[in-house]
Design a binder for this molecule. Structure first.
Ligand code: CLF
Ligand code: SF4
Length: 520
């Protein structure tokens, strides 16, 4: 779906005030920030000059395939695929497919016709929505008729929207022609192992060609089908992302081997996600006490694989009916009842005009980052620090500390500012009052950071953060994240050099396990 747009808009009469739309966007909740520096990393933070033009066309406004794009462009999912053909030990079928979704989330299921109407409704309301994904609530390719009917309808009514698919891969080799036919040029395969002995600890069974297989035999078939499907897709030039769930003690070391196997078969991007495991999810792993990784364990594995290929670090493990920027969830605005009542026009010209403004904003941000980065030229230091950022999107420090539901994490070094992850937290500010329990969870979530950048912060949390060695920084309110972080880091290095402060290494941080289930 990255082909040039050449169709007519259904209704070209635009009633949208562009400045009002931009303002509306600025007020939307969501993630912000921009890509890393020159090194390929987070969901391809590489820019236009770092990749062939045909690949750039495919990723430039895909919020999952480009870390840089995810601050500006939105995706939506439609939950049209309820059935699944395998069992994963981290999944409870009452909830969405845990290969892409945060465990414990339930999505509203749709028919292909309802899904097509919803896409037009969302595209008309959120002009930066550029990608439609099908990611559950089961496996899209275990429901091929519904999945491909949905793609067919959407490619007719909204042909500028990129189509995206996520699958466990078991039946993938059987559907390559249909995937190509509907121009689905972004496919995610969840690959947790290439060794069936490891796989047997993750998958109790699969259902393949009318027969149930278990144990090592099941894992062997699944692995062969996944790798075969990956090879077939990349041969056709279809971009493939690999999701892997990091399960400490089971596949954590093995994922380096998985990384090599998928890279050698042409995968574009590898997304290593933490296992989210809690007893209330009712999964095998949740009930048997299997833990997820800590923030440092996850980052170390992602760093280890980064030399091999592009790593995605901005995945939010979305629900199967997610709508909006990654990190925000506007699905409640588009329930079936609401969309069936909506009168919508698919106004392509408004969408294009809006996206042109987004591109201008994006370029300004990149230029500001580059200018600030030049001030670090010639500096040499081995110091690397992490900082947390409260943002609503657009690459700006524009969120109040107490209103942040997540913090974005940047690693600062003399090479610049690199996005390395995000941390979900409880809201600290509850109706105007600070919640001390919530503050503790925030501190545990960003305990590995030296500073937290916010648009505003109250006196009490400021003092508590300082006591924990986390510098609360509000001096860069409403400025670009990376430019500000680089400026702060330059000052930090100066203070260390002058002896004003001593650089200390911070400890580990926690990845929330049970938080925010059922509502994203
Ligand atoms: Fe959806 Fe997945 Fe396509 Fe993105 S999500 S089908 S590639 S449009 Fe993205 Fe969400 Fe992570 Fe998926 S943040 S869970 S990686
Ligand atoms: Fe659950 Fe998805 Fe695994 Fe199927 S593929 S069992 S829906 S996590």
């Amino acid at each position: 779906m990255d082909t040039p747009v050449e169709h007519e808009a259904t209704h070209v009469e635009s009633t949208v005030d562009m400045d009002a739309v931009m303002q509306q966007m600025a007020e939307h909740k969501g993630c912000g920030t921009s890509g890393g520096n020159s090194k390929p990393s987070c969901g391809s933070s590489a820019g236009q000059g770092d990749m062939p033009p045909e690949i750039w066309e495919k990723v430039k406004n895909h919020p999952c395939y480009s870390e840089e794009a995810h601050h500006h462009y939105a995706r939506m999912h439609v939950a049209v695929a309820p059935a699944c053909n395998i069992q994963c030990n981290y999944c409870n079928r009452k909830y969405d497919c845990a290969n892409e979704s945060r465990p414990g989330v339930v999505s509203e299921r749709l028919t292909p016709e309802q899904a097509a109407k919803k896409v037009v409704a969302v595209a008309s309301t959120i002009p930066q929505m550029t990608v439609l994904g099908i990611a559950g609530p089961g496996d899209p390719l275990a429901n091929p008729a519904k999945t491909f009917k949905t793609f067919e309808l959407i490619s007719q009514t909204a042909p500028d929207i990129k189509l995206c698919l996520s699958t466990n891969g078991l039946t993938l080799p059987d559907h390559i022609d249909e995937i190509a036919k509907y121009n689905v040029d972004h496919v995610t395969i969840t690959i947790n192992m290439v060794d069936p002995e490891v796989g047997a600890q993750i998958y109790p069974w699969i259902f393949y060609k009318h027969k149930r297989y278990t144990g090592v035999e099941a894992a062997k078939i699944l692995s062969e089908r996944q790798l075969q499907g990956l090879e077939m897709l990349t041969e056709r030039g279809i971009l493939c992302k690999i999701n892997s769930v990091m399960i400490p003690g089971i596949n954590d070391h093995h994922l380096v081997e998985v990384n090599k196997a998928v890279k050698s078969r042409g995968a574009f991007l590898h997304n290593i996600m933490p296992l989210i495991s809690a007893p209330e999810h009712g999964t095998v792993f949740g009930l048997n006490g299997q833990r997820g990784p800590s923030a440092q364990e996850l980052k170390a594995l992602q760093d280890n694989c980064e030399g091999e290929m592009n790593m995605m670090r901005h995945c939010r493990q979305c629900r199967a009916d997610a709508v909006g920027l990654l990190g925000e969830d506007r699905s409640a605005e588009f329930t079936t009842d609401k969309i069936m009542e909506m009168e919508v026009d698919y106004d392509l010209s408004t969408r294009q005009a809006y996206q042109a403004k987004v591109e201008e904003e994006r370029q300004a941000k990149v230029a500001a980052r580059q200018e600030e980065l030049e001030t670090l030229a010639g500096q040499t230091s081995d110091i690397k620090v992490l900082v947390a950022v409260a943002t609503k999107g657009s690459g700006l420090i524009n969120e109040h500390f107490g209103h942040a539901k997540e913090f974005q994490i940047y690693e600062l070094s003399t090479a610049g500012a690199k996005f390395v992850g995000h941390r979900r937290v409880d809201l600290y500010c509850q109706g105007g009052f600070g919640d001390e329990d919530a503050l503790e969870t925030v501190i545990r979530a960003i305990n590995d950071c030296h500073a937290v950048f916010v648009a505003k912060i109250g006196g009490c949390p400021k003092a508590d953060l300082k006591a924990q060695g986390i510098d609360p920084v509000d001096a860069y309110a409403h400025e670009y994240i990376e430019k500000s972080a680089i400026a702060w880091f330059r000052d930090y290095l100066g203070k260390v050099a002058s002896g004003e402060i001593v650089h200390v290494v911070h400890g580990d941080a926690e990845i929330r396990q049970g938080a925010l289930i059922s509502v994203a």
